[in-house]
Design a protein around this ligand. Sequence first.
Ligand SMILES: *[C@@H]1O[C@H](CO)[C@@H](O)[C@H](O)[C@H]1NC(C)=O
Ligand SMILES: *[C@@H]1O[C@H](CO)[C@@H](O)[C@H](O)[C@H]1NC(C)=O
Length: 225
Amino acid sequence: MYFEVPRCVTLIFVFCIQNVWSESRMRHYDAVRYAPMEGRMPPVNPTLGITREVQCYMLCLKDVTCAGFSYSKLLSFCMLMGEKATDDVIAISNQMPHFYHFTVKELVVSKNVLLPQGYRWHDDLDLALRFHIENHRTRDQALEVCTVEGGVFVTIDTNDKMITVLNLLNTNSKLMSGPDNFYVAPTNTTSTAPVGQCDVLNRSGDFQQVDCNTQLPFICEKSNI
Ligand SMILES: *[C@@H]1O[C@H](CO)[C@@H](O)[C@H](O)[C@H]1NC(C)=O
Ligand SMILES: *[C@@H]1O[C@H](CO)[C@@H](O)[C@H](O)[C@H]1NC(C)=O
């Protein structure tokens, strides 16, 4: 269930940005639309029967790995993006210059905080999670990505957190398609890793240790909002 209230804001430049507010299961999101790129999508094979940008948007919201999406009115093409091209709110895909690109940032209404790109709020856990599934990193590189976003590696220190994370790892098709191990923070119940070995969570819910230079997906959390 959702509703939308489009409104136009003229910025100092010629850009007219349309915000689409949407409510879905008590979660609120803000999508920013880059109007000047309207209808300028390159010819790409349509893969989904999407006819309205809001459908693409809603698809993205249901996908925990989706950080942004592109939609073409001309071709009815909807592209869900696991990662976006830049940190700008409005991004144009680097590979295809005529994409217009939506980014989705969740607004945590109870705290009046807009989460960083790609983070999704889990009210029961009182924190936001982001699954970095597309770009595999070594442990140090992965931690840096989380840190730059204002987060840290997720610490799986409660049963509820474990259930939430495992549920996503084993039901989301994109998360299921990747490797079985994800960098996470060690907890006080995981054994101390030998030098050069780092903690990973596998999708069965077991902690293991792998060479820290292994390039793997990883999970960040942001709780201090
Ligand atoms: C681990 O830390 C949690 C709090 O983060 C605490 O409740 C728990 O007792 C600790 N367990 C051990 C084995 O130290
Ligand atoms: C997770 O690790 C456990 C313990 O090493 C192993 O038995 C299990 O097969 C692993 N699961 C996956 C999906 O790799």
